[in-house]
Design a protein around this ligand. Structure first.
Ligand SMILES: [Zn+2]
Length: 50
């Protein structure tokens, strides 16, 4: 199974990326990503969208 999750900027909460993710037993993603709104790299966390 695979689901799509959003990667949300932990600073300004903009949802900048959408990524497919394996659902089974995976930890929550936390990645350094480029935030377009702030024009810098910030930690992004996955957020589920149904
Ligand atoms: Zn941001």
């Amino acid at each position: 199974m695979r689901e799509y999750v959003w990667l949300e900027c932990t600073v300004c909460h903009a949802r900048n990326y959408r990524t497919p993710k394996e659902t089974r037993g995976a930890d929550r993603l936390e990645l350094k990503k480029f935030c377009r709104k702030e024009r810098k790299h910030t930690p992004h966390k996955e957020t589920r969208k149904k």
